[in-house]
Design a protein around this ligand. Sequence first.
Ligand code: NDP
Length: 284
Amino acid sequence: MQAYITLKNGMQMPRLGMGTWFLGENRSTRAQEIAALRAGLDAGMQLIDTAEMYGNGLSEQLIGEAIQGYNRENLFLVSKVYPHNAGKRGMQKSIDQSLKSLRTDYLDLYLLHWRGNIPLSETVECMEELVAQGKIKSWGVSNFDVSDMKELLRVPNGGNCMVNQVLYHLGSRGVEYELLPWLTEHQIPLMAYCPLAQAGDLRRGLLNNEVLRQVAQKYQISVLQLLLAFVLHHENVIAIPRSSRREHVLENWKVREISLTDEDFDAVNRAFPAPKWRVPLDIV
Ligand code: NDP
């Protein structure tokens, strides 16, 4: 697979990174989580995804500690602003807090976590201001369906949206019907969250499916690694699996070396087919 994707503004964004939802929330597993993130960084992972929402800043603080001693230029840090903070009254405070927690002076990408009540035009204006101030290099959105994206692109500077982060895994393929083709046409990568279907929990029958087991066995990988290989098969997709365990992070990183043959991809595709009609965007 291609290791990077070129964003519309020319930035190179890694296609495989680390999610961090729930990380940093539990004191007793903190050291293990930092070791997991560092194992990823040491192996060459650069992209880390977080949000001000995660543990109310605890996830960002954990990452801030984990990245000490690493060259900031080699990292690609993504955080997200709460919808109610994504306006003139809240955004500066939110970004300053995120930067402080992450112990950095800029983010590579800042996302609107989901659509709220603040007009998109105001959010975009604030995002653009943060770019001008050098606090973020680029911005994007999350949990936006096609109609939201179309509306966003009609707003002044809305076309500067660089990515859309949405739920996407083998057991939930609704985005393939319209959103993914639309984003691809507009040169906007889809950042897949829950690419492992939360260790299979989001779709019954994924982990013990016989076809998936057989294909995984052929490549000597686990079914979860196969799920990751599936989303990364599409070249406009970025994935951010989360793990609190060193060995899992390394397993996930190894997936970049897996390239499914057409035959195997077809088998997986048939086992969990994409819907042939429009379905509402899945969220967690
Ligand atoms: P994932 O689909 O990434 O699944 C995470 C689960 O998989 C954890 O239980 C983890 O357990 C397990 N796991 C990870 N790797 C392996 C492995 N190799 N073998 C076995 N088990 C494994 O779920 P998330 O919900 O965390 O989604 C990923 C990221 O996407 C989030 O962390 C967050 O950054 C982002 N996100 C964004 C949302 C948004 O609204 N924008 C919403 C949800 C998520 P263990 O720790 O034991 O490895």
